[in-house]
Design a protein around this ligand. Sequence first.
Ligand SMILES: [Zn+2]
Ligand SMILES: [Zn+2]
Length: 146
Amino acid sequence: MKNKRYHKGVLVRTCKKCKKIIDEKSLYDYCPECFEKIQDIFDKIEEYLKEYPGATAFEIEQETGVPYHIVNNFVREGRLIEIPNEYLNFECKRCGRLLLSAHHKYCPSCRKEIEEELASVKKQLRGSLNGGNAKMHIRHKEGRRK
Ligand SMILES: [Zn+2]
Ligand SMILES: [Zn+2]
């Protein structure tokens, strides 16, 4: 069986990550400390997937910072399920970086730049429209009333 080794002549179960000896009856393949760390990472992924269902491992890495191979580990452990994505934006429409995302057209750094550009354009517009937001009324010509 996996994750077992002989310790003083006895076959013991070990943490998959740090190789520390763990309780034979443990529900998990990790020691409590490692399990907690892994759970934190999993929560991050889960949260992201709630917002963006069907995100690819690659996208998860870009968006949450959780390395691709860790995401794939969860797949191997059966905690995440892979489904083929039909509609993927393969690359960032702005800088061409590999994206593999079903949700985003731009990579995170381009999105940030675009946001900043938009914000500055809005600011400029607001400046140039100073006073231009008053309601317009047609002035009736004198003498034409009644
Ligand atoms: Zn451990
Ligand atoms: Zn980009």
